[in-house]
Design a protein around this ligand. Structure first.
Ligand code: HPA
Length: 236
């Protein structure tokens, strides 16, 4: 047990999928895993461990924003020995060619700040995805009926942004979408020698104002889970 995770030693798999929402973790575990067991519910943050095609997998919520994700990613890696962490979440589209429902594989994650910023002092660390996961995810998405984009995203500290000029600069520099967790996930994973990737569904669009209807969210979320599982276990 750690401060925020009630799982016993050995109850967390090497591979962890991390949706922001704990109820999405429950849905994904019930839908995709065999023999899924609840392994954490401290503070209502649900984590489940089961198997997918014979491979052990944990699906554990991250909460919203980098400080929350950082707590879980640190404990999962440092205390439970997780080696592969894949965020499955939503993002806002920032380019014309990125449509609502499309999937973005986040090659890099820009940010104003992350919980890790203090340790870098004057250095601008470049959080980036693990190549083996990124390339396997791109291959996995190829077989699905989804619009796929691979490139840079922006991990923001705020959902209700009072600085639209920042979004404009991100869009101008080719950033595909905005979310709130990936930059810290990539940084914590890099620090501890773990692999990380963020697979993101475009749930809303900053340029058009369009938003994914709630009926479509489940299907899009399912596509992401499938891409993440196939990226983690490309041989299966
Ligand atoms: N901003 C930040 N995070 C998000 C957004 C957004 O527009 N959409 C989904 N996650």
């Amino acid at each position: 047990m750690t401060v925020h995770i009630g799982a016993k030693p050995g109850e967390i798999a090497d591979t962890v999928l991390m949706p922001g929402d704990p109820y999405r973790a429950k849905w994904a575990a019930e839908t995709f895993l065999d023999d899924a067991q609840l392994v954490n519910q401290v503070r209502g943050m649900l984590g489940f461990t089961g198997t997918w095609r014979g491979n052990r997998v944990t699906i554990h919520g991250s909460g919203m924003g980098m400080p929350s994700l950082s707590i879980y990613a640190n404990e999962l890696i440092r205390d439970y020995g997780a080696k592969t962490l894949i965020r499955i979440g939503s993002c806002g589209g920032m380019q014309d060619e990125v449509k609502v429902r499309d999937v973005i594989l986040a090659m890099t994650a820009s940010s104003v700040s992350t919980p890790s910023k203090g340790i870098f002092r004057e250095l601008n660390f470049a959080p980036s995805a693990d190549w083996s996961l990124l390339s396997a995810a791109a291959k996995a998405a190829d077989g699905l009926d989804v619009g796929l984009h691979v490139g840079g995203i922006y991990s923001s500290d705020v959902f209700y942004d009072e600085r639209p000029d920042l979004n404009e600069q991100m869009a101008r520099h080719g950033i595909l979408g905005v979310e709130m967790e990936a930059a810290e996930l990539y940084t914590v994973a890099a620090r501890h020698g773990a692999r990380a990737l963020a697979v993101l569904t475009v749930s809303d669009h900053l340029l058009t104002g369009e938003a994914l209807p709630s009926d479509d969210r489940e299907r899009s979320f399912g596509d992401m889970v499938e891409i993440a599982l196939k990226a983690a276990f490309p041989e299966t």
